[in-house]
Write a protein that binds this ligand. Sequence first.
Ligand SMILES: [Zn+2]
Length: 242
Amino acid sequence: MLSQEELALYQRQLIIKGWGKEAQEKIKNTHLFIAGAGGLASPAALYCAVAGFGKITICDFDTISLSNLNRQILHNHSRMGMHKADSAYATLTQTNPYIQVEIKNTKITAKNINTLLENSHIILDCLDNFETRHILNKACVKLHKPLIHAGVEGFSGQLTVVIPHQTPCLSCFLPKKSIKNPIPVAGVTPGVMGTLQAMEAIKLATGLGIVTAGKLLLFDGLAMRFSSITLEQNPVCKVCRK
Ligand SMILES: [Zn+2]
């Protein structure tokens, strides 16, 4: 049930055609797991928090350094050296006190991932490396949990929603290892792509609209152009074709 305060807080979205109390309650009953607390997670977590997701778990083991702050708007200069998960908790609980925020101050590994994802309904891939993405993808396919993937470089970004056993998985098309480290990135690019991840999370939770499943959305910020390509399942994919 939504309280009077929540009805007031979400009023402007409740009046969207097709949204209403029913969709808002679905959002409230949805537990999101956000992998990473960096550039993509910053807008994704902020917009998911203000949308009213009942519980948001955010997982990151890293600490805040100066070079993070051109894009990681969950954090700020007064929190230098602080764990990103703790900083995310401070920001998100202030942004929306009507939701539950849980933090996991840990590195995602093949060993702990199943436990980490245990009670969550939708997973957001806000990571910055392919190695951990593949661990997350494998667990989502195994546990039948939808995964909203995004990635950025420079002024370019990509996004897809993996619906296990319905769409190709990340392992079908993503390289095994990260090529560049550090990845060059303009803060606005994860700003766009993380916001789109939040939009897909809202659509998955409510059933509104059509999510970017089975397709890879490509964003070219310099040309200001969105395009998409159809993803093909890799017939020999070790993750989704067993
Ligand atoms: Zn696959």
